[in-house]
Each structure stands twice: as structure tokens, then as C-alpha cells.
Design a protein around this ligand. Structure first.
Ligand SMILES: [Zn+2]
Ligand SMILES: [Zn+2]
Ligand SMILES: [Zn+2]
Length: 163
């Protein structure tokens, strides 16, 4: 289905900006709002960052994209939704990689006591070191808060589709 049809099917008018945001999220899995905004600006010209953020919020609310926010990270967006997949996150370079749930559909974790809640999602993140960072010597990479240290786009292994 085209992105335009996808938007319309979800009751959203398919404006050029919404289409650009949706395709930018598709091009940059786990991209930050800032990266998405730069990408949209590059394709459409000057767009206010706030309106890109508003569009991201709308698409999340309608379930067309998913927002994850690992501890210490800005919010990250992806268009892979409704499959309860999880994330491998590198502590050093902040690479985020998709991994299928070992169990299946959402939610894969059963709360010991749901306290009356109707649970629809269990957010799982596996933290560790990515293969690239495992080869970096320890003194070259003291444990710095990597989310703020390296722009993600400098890390070619930071997107899921290239693994
Ligand atoms: Zn890494
Ligand atoms: Zn993902
Ligand atoms: Zn799972």
C-alpha cells in the first residue's frame, strides 16, 4: 500500500508534509525527531521543526509509527509497528537494532499482577555492546554517555536494515 493510501485509511489527510515525514521515518529506522526533521527539510524545503514534531505525534497516535525512548536517549521513531519486536541497544555507540520477540505477539510479558490494567505492550530493550564496539579497545572508548556523544549518522551500523 502506498503511504498516501495508508494515511487515508487511517483518517489522515495525505499532505506533502505528512508523506515526507512518513517516508523519512521509513528511511531512518530509529531516527530522532531532529534527524527526521532534517530529512523532511531536505526534501521539502523550510518546514518548522514544531510541525514535523506535531506530525510525528499524530502518526504515533494513529499507530502508523512507533516511538521508543531508551533510557538516556531522545525519542526514536520507526515505521515497523504492531509486531511486538524488541531492540538491542549498544551502550557505547547507541546503535539500535531490531530483534524479533522470542515469544510472538504483543504483549510477551505477563505481569505477575496486572492490578486491573489491560496490558497491550511490554517494552523490552536488551542493552550491551554491538559487534563493532566489542572490537574497540577499552581506553579508546571509556564508558561515556554515547547518546549525547556521537551523532548517530556517523555510525553506519546504527540502523537495523544494514545489519
Ligand atoms: Zn556500538
Ligand atoms: Zn525497531
Ligand atoms: Zn518479547
Amino acid at each position: 500500500m502506498s503511504n498516501a493510501a495508508l494515511l487515508r485509511e487511517n483518517g489522515i489527510q495525505a499532505t506533502a508534509q505528512r508523506l515526507a515525514v512518513l517516508s523519512a521515518v521509513g528511511l531512518h529506522p530509529h531516527g530522532t525527531a531532529e534527524l527526521i526533521s532534517e530529512c523532511v527539510t531536505a526534501s521539502l524545503g523550510a518546514i518548522s521543526r514544531q510541525s514535523v514534531y506535531d506530525t510525528l505525534g499524530l502518526l504515533v497516535e494513529r499507530g502508523l509509527i512507533r516511538r521508543i525512548q531508551p533510557v538516556g536517549s531522545p525519542a526514536l521513531y520507526e515505521d515497523r509497528v504492531n509486531d511486538n519486536h524488541h531492540h538491542l541497544i549498544c551502550r557505547r555507540c547507541a546503535a539500535v537494532v531490531d530483534v524479533d520477540c522470542a515469544v510472538g505477539d504483543t504483549p510477551c510479558l505477563t505481569a505477575a499482577d496486572n492490578m486491573g490494567f489491560v496490558i497491550d505492550e511490554a517494552e523490552v530493550a536488551y542493552w550491551g555492546l554491538c559487534p563493532t564496539c566489542q572490537t574497540v579497545s577499552d581506553e579508546a572508548a571509556i564508558a561515556v554517555p554515547s547518546f549525547h556523544h556521537h551523532p548517530r549518522e556517523e555510525h553506519p551500523h546504527a540502523t537495523s536494515k544494514e545489519q
